[in-house]
Design a protein. Structure first.
Length: 214
């Protein structure tokens, strides 16, 4: 079983279950969660940040501290991340694993919103360099935090993120601020965390992993 496959099963089994009841495994739901939540929310986020840094900055984290007017909205972003981090820690301390995983994925969505709000693209890079660097610095550091939050659930995925960030596993902090990955840090190469599963492949997945005799 590949890292992607094991991560998808681990994610689905935790995210789809009630905290205290039985649940039903549905292959169609399994594939949908993989494509919409793991691929579109998390995988595309990590790939976008790492590829942009490699393409525009030769893989070197730029000086993200020069947006002194906070046009990129990093202070609000840090506050939102810390609110989610508190919820995550409380959930994990009380063994509400489903809620902890859901909160980690909500943080991934918040990082995506940061990129969306700042319109991370060539125009931002060419015309607003300080805002672009601030956006990327915050996003990369948040991706690094995400790796730590996801580690109890999908360790293979966290390993892959850390390899691309080119840093050892981060310990989950009580409070978070952009700065674990500093300007000048050399990141690794971009690699896809997840690949799309076509709905037509449902029967193949059932045969390979559903206990159906081949």
């Amino acid at each position: 079983m590949t890292g992607q496959t094991s991560s998808t099963f681990r994610y689905y089994l935790i995210s789809a279950r009630p905290e205290s009841a039985d649940s039903q495994f549905l292959w169609r739901d399994f594939i949908a969660k993989h494509n919409t939540e793991l691929l579109n929310n998390l995988g595309n986020l990590v790939n976008r940040v790492i590829k942009f840094l490699n393409s525009k900055y030769a893989g070197i984290v730029p000086d993200y501290t020069r947006d002194t007017d906070d046009i990129a909205g990093i202070k609000k972003f840090e506050a939102d991340v810390n609110e989610l981090l508190t919820t995550y820690i409380e959930a994990m301390d009380s063994l509400r694993l489903k809620n902890g995983l859901h909160t980690a994925m909500a943080m991934s969505a918040r990082v995506n919103l940061l990129l969306q709000d700042n319109k991370l693209d060539n125009h931002l890079f060419n015309n607003f360099p300080d805002r672009c660097a601030a956006t990327l610095g915050a996003a990369l550091n948040a991706v690094y935090l995400l790796s730590a939050l996801l580690s109890p659930f999908m360790p293979a995925t966290s390993d892959a993120i850390d390899e691309q960030v080119n840093a050892p596993r981060l310990a989950v902090p009580d409070q978070w601020k952009v700065g674990d990955i500093l300007p000048g840090h050399q990141i690794g190469n971009a690699a896809y965390l997840f690949k799309k599963i076509d709905e037509s492949e449902e029967a193949v997945w059932k045969i390979n992993f559903g206990g159906i005799p081949k």
